[in-house]
Ligand binder design. Structure first.
Ligand code: BGP
Length: 460
């Protein structure tokens, strides 16, 4: 073994409710924004495939958990579907959902797989979106109530909680760039939603800590995209700094340090885009920072100074401050079109070590999406050597960060089995297991066998 990881390192994978459960309109589940959007605009989804059946985890969870065990997982992240547990988003709890999540948690524990439970993965209950979603302060309080229900129901066995996965994505998708419902393009609303999401996270953390007998860790999962300037020219460096403020530090700073970055506040103030803030909320955010940070890392962000000054009459956008930079010679994932830059994972960890109190963290998502992956099928198995190389490359840099003192505790691949993704449906495959869309049958890919060895030797 060349790269040995610390004892008790978390090896596993990550998923989310909407993307794997299926049974979207069954067993008492309420409607969320994905169910609704698909019903109204199916053409916006790749191949017209919606979230109603996805990967059938709702029915096959037992066998799937056995499959996790087969490949050496000691931890697994899934999310609770808010609209399954509390169909209207507030009020009555659905007993069938309680039963389902209890069975999943117990089955994991039976196999010594630690459940990592995320409370929100882009899936706002439709009724709450109808009254503004996180734009509406009342919805923040209903989220807090929902989180408390989860802690009370499952907290005796679940010791790793996450308030949100990639909270910036619904802001970008739903309020800035039109790739999630409710398809609003309005920066002022976007900042309000972002701020309220952060507040909701802090309120849930406070609720958790106030409950008797809750002795686990609670955190948040952020997609961090290290922001690299084209050159060391001050204008490029400034552009990268501003992109970092908008896309990383907007959530990272309040989540870990309890405060929004002052430079970002100044930019928003100057452009009259500050959200409505209640003073006491800032104290809640200050006092309820996370114990544990999940880092989702796929690709870096490369930027350069703006070439043309933006028209001051155009709607305010983060893109007023930088242009994207396509670095010549950068390595691309030829099957998904995202840059691959393994060292980014190390840069993130060093930044957490040096500027964020070396908080306990782990890689909560990293992975390689591949279109038309069946082309790599050989004798009934997908030979995904490219994925093994991808994981190795990232683990090598993660290992180095750990050697240099970073508190990285684990690595979860996105994802356990091929799953349904937001608007892309089953276009990009990421799993250790492939899923046949017609029969829902699962087959381990070569990377699954490889991962089993990594977990067994706690390294590679
Ligand atoms: C992350 C999300 C996941 C997943 C992944 C892959 O941002 O947390 O839910 O979808 O990205 O993205 P995609 O399926 O679009 O390739």
């Amino acid at each position: 073994v060349q790269y040995q990881f610390p004892d008790n390192f978390w090896w596993g994978s990550a998923t989310s409710a909407t993307q794997i459960e299926g049974a979207a309109f069954e067993e008492g589940k309420g409607m969320n924004i994905w169910d609704y959007w698909y019903e109204t605009e199916p053409d916006r989804f790749f191949d017209g495939i919606g979230p109603e059946t996805t990967s059938d985890f709702y029915r096959q969870y037992k066998e799937d958990i056995q499959r996790m065990k087969d490949i050496g997982h000691n931890s697994f992240r899934f999310s609770i579907s808010w609209s399954r547990l509390i169909p209207g988003g507030r009020g009555e709890v659905n007993a069938q959902a309680v039963d389902f999540y209890n069975r999943v948690i117990n089955e994991l524990l039976k196999h010594d797989i630690e459940p990592f439970v995320n409370l929100y993965h882009f899936d706002m209950p439709k009724e709450l979106q109808d009254i503004g979603g996180f734009e509406n302060r009342q919805v923040v309080l209903w989220y807090e109530a929902y989180a408390s229900v989860c802690f009370e129901l499952f907290g005796d066995r679940v010791k790793k909680w996450f308030t949100f996965n990639e909270p910036i994505v619904p802001v970008e998708g739903g309020y800035l760039y039109d790739f999630h419902y409710p398809n609003i393009v309005d920066a002022k609303k976007a900042f309000q939603v972002a701020y309220h999401t952060m507040l909701a996270s802090a309120l849930a953390i406070r609720a958790y800590r106030r409950l008797d007998g809750q002795d686990g860790q609670i955190g948040i999962i952020l997609n961090l995209t290290p922001s690299y300037p084209r050159s060391q020219h001050p204008a490029d460096v400034k552009a990268a700094h501003t992109a970092d403020l908008f896309f990383n530090r907007s959530f990272l700073d309040p989540a870990v340090l309890g405060e929004f970055p002052q430079d970002l506040v100044e930019i928003l103030r100057e452009h009259d885009h500050l959200p409505v803030v209640e003073q006491e909320d800032l104290t809640v955010i200050k006092e309820n920072t996370v114990d544990l940070l999940g880092v989702n890392y796929y690709q870096p962000r490369r930027v350069k100074a703006k070439e043309h000054t933006p028209n001051p009459d155009s709607p305010f956008m983060p893109e007023w401050f930088f242009d994207p930079y396509e670095m010549p010679g950068r390595k691309m994932n030829p099957y998904r079109g995202w840059e691959i830059y393994e060292k980014g994972i190390y840069d993130i960890m060093i930044n957490l070590r040096d500027n964020y109190g070396n908080i306990d963290s782990f890689i909560s998502e990293n992975g390689m999406g591949v279109q038309d992956e069946e082309r790599f099928l050989k004798d009934g198995r997908i030979e995904d050597d490219y994925r093994i190389d991808f994981i190795k490359g990232h683990l090598t840099w993660l290992h180095r960060a750990i050697e240099e003192g970073c508190h990285a505790k684990g690595y979860h691949l996105w994802t356990f089995m091929d799953n349904w993704s937001w608007m892309n449906a089953y276009k990009n495959r990421y799993g250790f297991y492939s899923v046949n869309l017609h029969t829902k049958e699962r087959t381990p890919k070569k990377s699954a066998y490889w991962m089993k060895e990594v977990a067994k030797h706690n390294g590679f």
